[in-house]
Each structure stands twice: as C-alpha cells, then as structure tokens.
Design a protein around this ligand. Sequence first.
Ligand SMILES: C[S@@+](CC[C@H](N)C(=O)[O-])C[C@H]1O[C@@H](n2cnc3c(N)ncnc32)[C@H](O)[C@@H]1O
Length: 498
Amino acid sequence: MDTVICPIDVKCGDQVSALLRPPSSQQVQDYFDELLSTRQCHGLKVGHNGVHGKGVYAGMDFEEGEIVLRDQMLVGVQHLSNKIDCLVCGFCFQFIGSIELQIGRKLYLQSLGVSSTSDECMKGMMAHNSKACYGTSLSSNADADPYKANGGDFGACSSGSSSDTVGLPKELLESLMNGRLTLPHSDKFPLPEAISCPGGCGEVYYCSMLCSEADWASSHSLLCTGKRSESLSKDALLRFTQHANETNDIFLLAAKAIAFTILRYKKLKAACPKETHNGSVAWGLLLEAWKPIHMGYKKTWWDCISLPDDVSDETAFRMEVKELAFTSLQLLKEAIYDKEYEPLFSLEIYGNIIGMFELNNLDLVVASPVEDYFLYIDDLPNPEKNQAERITQPLLDALGDEYSACCQGTGFYPIQSCMNHSCCPNSRAFKRDEDRDGQATILAARAISKGEEITISYIEEELPLAERWASLADYGFTCRCSRCLEEGEEEEGGGETP
Ligand SMILES: C[S@@+](CC[C@H](N)C(=O)[O-])C[C@H]1O[C@@H](n2cnc3c(N)ncnc32)[C@H](O)[C@@H]1O
C-alpha cells in the first residue's frame, strides 16, 4: 500500500501525528461540554463509554417522541445530481426562491439537457441566461475532459439549447423563473428570497445574509470561484471541483473541512496580539482550529472504505482509492495551499478527514415544498381545484414522478456523530414536517431515562441478524447489543451464527 508517498507526510511527520493523535477523555469532555452549552443542548452529555469510544448520554429524562437533539452540521454538501431538482441555501439547505422558481428552473435545466458534472458548462449556461437559472455545477457532458481550461463552452454541454424537450414553451419556464408568472395558491408556500454569493461565483445562493456571511466565514471565502475569492487560483479550484464531481463528492466535503480549519486558524491568529506571534503560538492556534474536526472518529479512507462486491484484489482496490485521494489533494493544494498550515495538506490528514465522513456522516434530506404545493392543489375543493389544475397540471406532467424530489446530500454533525449504534436503539434520526433545513433531528423512539446512553441505528433495523452484521461491517464493528446477542443465541440453538 505504500507506492503513493506524499512529500508533506514525510516532511511534517511529527505535526501530522500530533494532529491525528486521539484526543484525551478530558479534551473530549471539555470540548463537548462547551459545544453543548453554546448550543443550549442541556439535556445531553458526551463522554467515553469505555467500550465503543465516545458516546452521547441523556442528561435528563426524555418522553417517547420528544426531540433529543437538533444538530447543526459542521460541513455538508448537496449531491451534484440533486442540484437540478432543488435550489437550496448553500449553508442551511432550506429551499429558497419561490415555488415558481423551483419548478421553472428544474424544467428549464431539463429542457437544456443538463444532467451531470462540469463547472465550465454551468458557467456557460449562466453567461447565456444571466441569472435565469440560479447556477450549480451541472452539465450534460458526462465525458467532459476533467482538466479542460475554464472556457464556458455553452454549446458543448447543452444537448439542444432552448428546445422544449419537457413539452413546455421556453417562455413559460422563463416567466416562472423570473417571477412574471405566479401560480395559483403559491402564496401559501412562501420561500425566502435567493441571495447570491457575495464572492460573485454565481454557483451558491442563500436564504439570508446571515447564512451568506456564515458560509463565507466558515469555508466559502476560500472555495468560492468568484471575483472576491481568497483562493490562490480560480482555475485550480474549478479543476479540483470538476475532479470531485466526476469521482466522489466526498472530496468537496473534505475541502470544506480543510478550508474551515484554515479560516478558523486565521481568525484565531487575528485575535492574538501581533507581538505574541511565533512558531509555537502558531502551532497551538492550528491545533485549536483543528479541534472540531479532530473530535470526529477517524480512520484513513483507504483502510475503512468497504470493499465493493465485485472487487477481488483488495490491495489494488485500496491503493486505487489512496491514489484517487492523492490526485484530489494535489488539485486542492494548487487552489488553497499555504506553507503556514502545510501539515493540513498531508495525505494522511486528507485520508483521515474523508475516513471520518465515511464512518460518521448522516444523509442530508430536506422535504420539498413543491411536493406540498401539488398535494395542496390536489386537496382543493372544486371548482378551485379544476381552475388551478388548468395551469398546474401541465407542469406536474412535465415534472413526472420527480415532482416531489427532496434535497439530498451528506453532512457531518458533531454531536450526532458521537452517537453509537444499537439494533434496538432508543432514538432515531427522523425529520418532522416542520424540520425544513439541513439540521439533523434525533427523536426519542421510547422513553429514555437520565444517564442512559442515546443510541441510534446506523442501518435498517428490520433486517435479519446476518444482514445487519454485514451492513455494519462498513462501520468496522460487530454489534453486540441485547437484540443481536439474543438473536445470535437463538440461531446458535437452531443453526449457525453469522
Ligand atoms: C459515528 S461513530 C460513533 C462515535 C464513536 N464511538 C466515537 O468514539 O466517536 C461510529 C463508530 O463508533 C463505533 N461504534 C458505534 N457503535 C458501536 C457498537 N454498537 N459496537 C461497537 N462499536 C461501535 C464504531 O467504531 C463506529 O465506526
């Protein structure tokens, strides 16, 4: 496994080891006590359970159905393919714009044949259509050269410019997007106005100035491809993003984690008096900035990624994964590297950040207001229903089964990610009707007493024992919860254990 050698791992070996040294119980305790108190989560505690590392504990009694936790993600991304379906805030992931914009934009992008990756294509599309379609990194050219210079070749990535492949006139879709056409009863589903990125990339939109500023401060100022970007090279960023879009969007998340740490470090440094700046102070600040990522449970990606069923040569597969990460890291380095925080660009660090996502991430799901809108129309009494459907039915037909597509992505949630698994959990990740943003919601599945460990199921609970254990192998452990032990004994009595 050692043909990929990262020079930074060699040069900064001691610092990399220090960044990856597991935090002590006391450090874990102190960090999470402060985080829980800042977030006003007074009903929970995080501590070591002595068996499975960190765990989350009830600091009070919870009733069945009660909210145990609403957890704000540290970093998250919307899946690329989902960006056609849903326009959401780039920070909190709630739907933005209007019902008309959501519907018009999706049908418009479909009519252009937009389906998958490439920044160049979307840039071209944005240039072609001004702010008409609220951009994302999307294109129909799946075979695009990943290293092509940023040319904005609109023709190359659109299957047919403005043809009405969704069966609706382009003018209708445009008037939905630009607000000239209001759909019946859409005022019952107001959405926050879409605010464009302050850096001018035209790729990310927000629900509020608060989210725009928070994202800028958290990671986007370094990862933005607009005029105000603080990256070294916009083209390098585009090459990095294109590689991630064509291989694995977990790299986008890793870039956010690194940018988050760099910006946190810069902020801590700016708050320190200049005369105190020296090597050891800077190193202390980098360790402090790294803390939120440091606290996540980690293994290197190429060691913990589960083996696909069709792979027979495990060593070669893991080496390929490592090489892929190395390629991605070199592209990221060209975009945001600085010698001052060089150890953050080591392959070991990159691999551990991605491994952390692999073992801890939760699916990001936000229900669509477009689905609610069409259900509302369907529930109207006549004659309002007939009147409304004269306008809405062609749109619904054009959207097809995908009319209800929700926002989908993945995120790292600092508190939820400390929750251990049980096949008979006392809590579950479950979005209620009113949970319309990217926060994770954990609800009590039964009454929980103060002091009990909060557990969730990482897998589908209904599966039989052998399948549950096979799924949990992806997380690197065999479950020994009371249900597994009981079912194991039953199977031992009647046959083989898995
Ligand atoms: C999302 S993290 C949970 C928090 C973790 N215990 C920590 O120290 O950060 C998932 C990892 O915790 C461990 N884990 C979670 N539930 C477990 C269980 N029921 N039995 C053994 N290990 C478990 C596994 O190593 C798993 O990959």
